[in-house]
Design a binder for this molecule. Structure first.
Ligand code: ATP
Ligand code: MG
Length: 440
């Protein structure tokens, strides 16, 4: 992408309305624009990052055996009357009427709709287990939308729903998502800690919030320090291995971790003082086993091996991609701007032409741009007439992992400078060496 032809409206001044660093940086880099309270457009730079986050979320869902579909944002109120949640959901639900005056709503979540899809097609235990997910916008009329897309009213959610014949099978489905979440957050460059969450009237040990630590987090969290040393399950995890997944779950839930709502002071105090960690955190995911809460009232039943009909055991599993983007920035930035982990960076490389119009600079830059593009890299080519200082500041601000700087003096000898955004390390090398470094 040539910067001269791109749309990346960088702001010169720090936006005053932004209280936290991720919100400030997302506005300054032109990743997002607020359209009305808690409702955002994703501008091209932001959209690139969001797409990369979604791709990783999707890959890990698929790896764990979940199957993607797409449900609409607008739902009929009828389904919610069946489950009893239409009244119960309260003011967070945006209620709308269509031209026939039929009550509709902008979905805040999709348990009812997915249960309806399930009951319409699946009749036998032989078609289980099943886990269906989508990545779709939700609307919740939050009392206090804030921090940009961290807590917005319209936001993207990956929500998966599992269906099983028995509770035991449902726990295995839960463990699949538990492992998929550990892998997803690790690939996004985040260390997320699963913390026991309130299961409300359903009870049991089967709801976890995945929290990443950040000073600006809205939750207060208490945990054992050892989480930092735990291994992330590998890419070739066998998701059908019931005991294997249970062992991962047991390990990751063997030490203390709780948000303030679930905090048990006595249990926390029992941890040696040097191993205690009390901090603030951001909830980036939430998984939940809720048994037959929806399948019973909505009649989602399958025939079991005994020939009888049984309401299915369900779970739901949410991740917020539009919250993850600012969460990643909270975890990875410095005074000059964002430092993207390579896995979600909007571009892999930025090529900075210090003197467009200079024959040597243009030639080297063109050759880098073409060569890297051919090798499958996402390249931003700064071919603008901006001052050198502006170009450097922009490159640092938008946080692309590698910068290749091409100035007239080194270009004359066929050399470029390669700068690592994170460490700031710079190295002068030949064009060929730079290509090998970046592609190799
Ligand atoms: P919170 O306690 O932060 O309001 P929640 O418990 O309401 O979250 P869930 O219903 O479990 O959230 O939704 C699943 C995921 O969707 C959350 O873990 C979060 O990543 C994301 N999410 C929820 N609400 C918002 C929001 N208002 N803005 C952005 N992302 C959100
Ligand atoms: Mg909420």
């Amino acid at each position: 992408m040539r910067l001269s032809r791109y749309f990346m409206p960088i702001l010169k001044e720090n936006p005053k309305e932004a209280e936290i660093v991720s919100h400030r940086l997302m506005l300054r880099t032109g990743m997002i624009r607020q359209q009305s309270q808690g409702i955002y457009s994703w501008l091209p730079l932001g959209k690139r990052v969001l797409d990369k986050v979604n791709a990783i979320v999707r890959e890990e869902q698929n790896r764990a055996g979940a199957v993607e579909l797409l449900m609409p944002t607008l739902q009929s109120a009828e389904l919610w009357q069946e489950s009893g949640r239409y009244e119960a959901y309260g003011k967070e639900m945006l209620r709308i009427a269509d031209r026939q005056d039929r009550p509709m709503l902008y979905g805040p979540t999709n348990e009812e709709m997915i249960t309806d899809i399930f009951r319409s097609y699946v009749k036998s235990y032989k078609n289980l287990p099943l886990n269906l997910y989508h990545i779709q916008l939700k609307f919740r009329d939050e009392i206090r939308p804030r921090f940009g897309t961290m807590r917005s009213r319209e936001f993207l959610m990956k929500d998966a729903y599992s269906f099983d014949l028995t509770k035991e099978d449902a726990i295995h489905s839960y463990n699949k998502m538990f492992v998929a979440y550990l892998r997803t957050f690790a690939r996004l460059g985040l260390r997320a800690i699963p913390m026991r969450a309130d299961t409300g009237p359903i009870g049991g040990n089967h709801s976890h919030e995945f929290i990443i630590l950040a000073e600006t987090g809205e939750s207060e969290v208490f945990s054992h320090k050892d989480f930092v040393n735990f291994d992330i399950p590998s890419e070739d995890t066998d998701f059908d291995d019931v005991a294997g997944l249970q062992a991962v779950f047991d390990k990751w839930t063997s030490i203390y971790a709780a948000t303030s709502e679930m905090h048990d002071e006595a249990a926390f105090d029992a941890i040696p003082e040097t191993d205690r960690m009390s901090a603030r955190g951001i909830e980036v995911g939430h998984i939940f086993y809720f048994g037959t809460k929806y399948s019973e009232p909505m009649g989602a039943k399958v025939q079991g091996p005994d020939g009888k009909e049984h309401p299915v055991h369900m779970g739901s599993y949410g991740i917020g991609p539009t919250r993850l983007v600012p969460a990643i920035i909270e975890a990875s930035h410095d005074e000059n701007g964002i430092i993207w982990p390579a896995s979600v960076a909007p571009f892999d490389v930025v090529v900075i032409n210090m003197k467009p119009g200079d024959e040597g600079c243009d030639r080297l830059c063109d050759s880098l741009y073409a060569g890297l593009g051919k090798a499958g890299k996402d390249v931003l080519y700064d071919d603008t007439d901006d001052r050198a200082g502006t170009k450097f500041a922009t490159a640092d601000l938008i946080g692309v992992p590698v910068q290749v700087i091409v100035g007239p003096r080194s270009a004359a000898s066929g050399e470029v400078e390669v700068k690592d955004r994170k460490t700031g390390a710079r190295e002068v090398m030949t064009l060929e060496a730079a290509m090998n470094r970046l592609v190799g």
